[in-house]
Design a protein around this ligand. Structure first.
Ligand code: BGC
Length: 412
């Protein structure tokens, strides 16, 4: 489907601090990546050294044709010890945001993207009710330091992903080898924490943390609103849940707990960030595997770009606020498949626009190949290839292709 996007449409690429900056040593995951029997394939280490190379990276993105850069500021750097806020790090992020403005790129700044300071996770992370005030206090300090330069703020990246990980683990009946539990116990011991309390975002009890995450966003929204010179929202991991015969009950429970309750909680926000990669189908026996013969991405899940259209519709219907696609993309070694995936996803965005849904932007995950959490550096989500020995960058054909669409503001 060809078509033109609305005037002022945001065309961007996204990254997250821990995945690209390197050296995030005060974070919870740094400890988990380097411990014996780590759950992580490999440590993030220097990542893409974006911490130092951001001026060239932002320049590259602008040169390709994009007008927006979504990235996160790192809580573990800004508040490495509880109550100590590093002015040097706040200055660093202020320079980074200024570097966007200097070349007319709109910065979309995420305040929490998966990683947290070690002290926070040691004390129960988001399972601890104190997380709400702790996060709001950090947002207030950071908001005062850099908020005047921020046109788009995002409080929490994928606030619903902890509950998704926990519920999907249960839905597919993984009782676990105990490896995850052992790693958490070991991490607690290594950092002098109480056994059973260490709770990183993606490996803790997502059902226990969900209410705190919802409350934390609400409080952070109120705190940030007067400090930000623009819009404030949240992003959600919206899997396109689908139901086959016999899966109705499971579908209803899971879809509401993971997507519905979060979308209900953000009504009235300035925008909601939709982040979609694939679909998940439920049948009589629970979660169904991808259909026979379906193409899979490097992440193992189905190549299904139409998922995005469906989740934009769901987000707009329930959330009742403007939508920005804040992540969408594919892990693949075959860049031609990235173009094919993105083209079909964008056709879905155009269909939503045609139906009058208020979609304000499309931000691709990711600007460059980076640290894909547990999977390490193997999955390639980048529009730009990174040689991690020399740290040189090389845009892939998909980068030029999507940059052209951004420049024309149209899909041919
Ligand atoms: C996350 C990113 C991640 C991407 C691809 C999203 O859930 O926000 O950090 O790299 O998916 O898996």
């Amino acid at each position: 489907m060809a078509g033109v996007f609305p005037r002022g449409f945001l065309w961007g690429t996204a990254t997250a601090a821990h995945q690209v900056e390197g050296g995030n040593i005060a974070s919870d995951l740094w400890l988990m990546e380097w411990m014996k029997d780590s759950l992580f394939e490999e440590p993030s280490a220097d990542a893409c050294d974006h911490y130092h190379r951001y001026p060239a990276d932002i320049g590259l993105l602008k040169g390709l044709g994009f007008n927006t850069y979504r990235f996160s500021i790192e809580w573990a750097r800004i508040e490495p010890e509880e109550g100590f806020f590093s002015q040097a790090e706040l200055d660093h992020y202020r320079r980074m945001i200024a570097a966007c403005h200097a070349i007319n790129v709109a910065p979309m700044v995420t305040f929490h993207h998966f990683t947290a300071p070690l002290w926070f996770t040691r004390d129960g992370g988001w399972e601890n009710a104190k997380s709400v005030d702790r996060f709001a206090r950090y947002c207030e300090v950071a908001g005062k330091a850099i908020g005047d330069l921020i046109p788009y703020a995002c409080t929490i990246n994928e606030a619903n992903i902890p509950i998704m990980v926990t519920m999907m683990r249960q839905a597919v009946g993984i009782r676990g080898s105990g490896r995850r539990e052992r790693a958490l116990q070991e991490a607690a011991k290594l950092c002098g924490g109480e056994p059973g309390k260490f709770s990183p975002y993606l490996s803790g009890d997502g059902i226990a943390s969900a209410p705190n995450l919802i409350a934390a966003h609400r409080k952070a929204y109120e705190v940030l609103k007067p400090l930000i010179n623009g819009k404030v929202g949240i992003t959600l991991a919206l899997n396109n849940f689908q139901c086959e015969a016999g899966g109705e009950e499971l579908f209803k429970t899971v879809d509401h707990a993971i997507n519905g309750q979060f979308l209900e909680s953000i009504r009235g926000d300035d925008y909601v960030g939709v982040q979609t990669y694939t679909r998940v189908r439920f049948g009589a026996k629970g979660v169904l595997p991808p259909p026979e013969g379906a193409e899979r991405t490097q992440m193992g899940y189905e190549f299904y770009p139409e998922a995005l259209e469906n989740t934009i519709r769901q987000a707009a219907n329930i959330g009742k606020c403007p939508v920005i696609v804040t992540e969408n993309g594919i892990g693949t070694e075959d860049d031609a498949r990235r173009i094919a995936y993105t083209e079909r996803a964008l056709a879905g965005v155009l269909r939503c626009l045609k139906d009058g849904i208020d979609v304000r932007g499309y931000i691709h995950w990711s600007m460059m190949d980076n640290y894909e959490w547990l999977e390490g550096y193997r999955p390639k989500f980048g529009l730009v290839e990174v040689d991690r020995t020399t740290q040189s960058r090389k845009p892939k054909p998909s980068a030029y292709w999507l940059g052209e669409i951004a420049k024309k503001n149209a899909l041919a």
